[in-house]
Design a binder for this molecule. Structure first.
Ligand code: SF4
Length: 285
């Protein structure tokens, strides 16, 4: 796939395993360089990939098999939330596809929107992020019941695999793939990750807002989003990202510790996770 219009990785952030634990290492020729959060997306994808790789290795060591594989697109009929920086990038990503691919994707977006309009979901989905959690879950289940495939799904595989959203990278299960056709909290075993980069990005991209934002992928090319004016130094972005990842993990640990269903290995994995590498802590340019 061509990548015209998609920012190239100028910065790299990834997990690094060492004797002291799991660290996040930043590689950047100029960490004082000012970049928008959108320009950092390639680095966030790289970080997410390394987080997922570490989780897969851990699962394999524990003899838990990952069920997700090429040709299984059951989860690609869920309501897929993406961050605002990813939504802003989507039109240029679609424009960068070769003509035949772009035409197929565009036609599938139109089909999806027609289905949403016919079922009355279109208007309700536009305000998804503002709904209380229970209503969001109910709406997501209603959406799933319509069986609308993601417009990027081709032959049950992701046709933008290299540039797929962070949430798609993070979604892995060890429960039988057949359960994904009728997902529920009791039937789906999701793989725990040491860092939820998608959630962290949602919180840092526009901190002045009273709640984190996301938009349904299926609506993203049709939404009017404000320009990305979020420029700041790379080291500041990374410091904020790490702080947010830690805050999210601390919340999860507290929730796990108070739950009878706690898998202690998950809680301790989160406790040990993602401290900054000494060269990444942002304290020096
Ligand atoms: S972007 Fe790709 S992985 Fe994500 S839902 Fe669509 S087809 Fe599936």
């Amino acid at each position: 796939m061509e990548k015209r219009g998609v920012s190239r990785p100028l910065v790299d952030v990834r997990l690094k395993q060492s004797a002291e634990g799991t660290k996040v290492a930043l590689t950047c020729s100029d960490r004082t360089a000012v970049m928008s959060i959108g320009q950092l997306l390639p680095a966030l994808r790289s970080l997410t990939n390394s987080v997922v790789d570490a989780a897969v290795q851990r699962e394999e060591k524990a003899s838990r098999k990952i069920s997700c594989k090429v040709g299984c697109g059951a989860c690609c009929r869920q309501l897929v939330p993406i961050s605002v920086p990813e939504a802003r990038e989507l039109p240029s990503l679609i424009a960068s596809l070769d003509e035949a691919h772009r035409d197929r994707v565009t036609a599938r977006f139109k089909d999806a929107i027609s289905s949403l309009q016919a079922t009355g979901l279109w208007d309700r989905l536009r305000d998804l992020a503002a709904l209380p959690q229970q209503e969001r879950i109910a709406l997501a289940m209603e959406y799933f019941s319509k069986g609308i495939p993601c417009p990027f799904l081709e032959d049950e595989s992701c046709s933008i695999h290299e540039n797929r959203p962070l949430i798609c990278r993070q979604y892995l299960v060890t429960s039988p793939a057949s359960h994904c056709r009728n997902p529920g909290a009791e039937t789906i075993s999701r793989v725990s990750l040491a860092a939820d980069v998608f959630q962290a990005l949602k919180h840092i991209e526009a901190p002045e807002r009273d709640r984190p934002r996301f938009v349904p992928l299926v609506l993203a090319p049709f939404l009017k989003l404000e320009d990305d004016e979020s420029g700041q130094a790379v080291s500041d972005w990374v410091r904020r990202l790490l702080a947010e990842i830690k805050r999210i993990n601390d919340e999860k640990i507290a929730e796990m510790r108070s739950s009878e269903a706690t898998r202690h290995q998950d809680a301790s994995m989160l406790e040990q996770s993602v401290t900054p590498d000494s060269a990444t802590d942002g304290s020096r340019p």
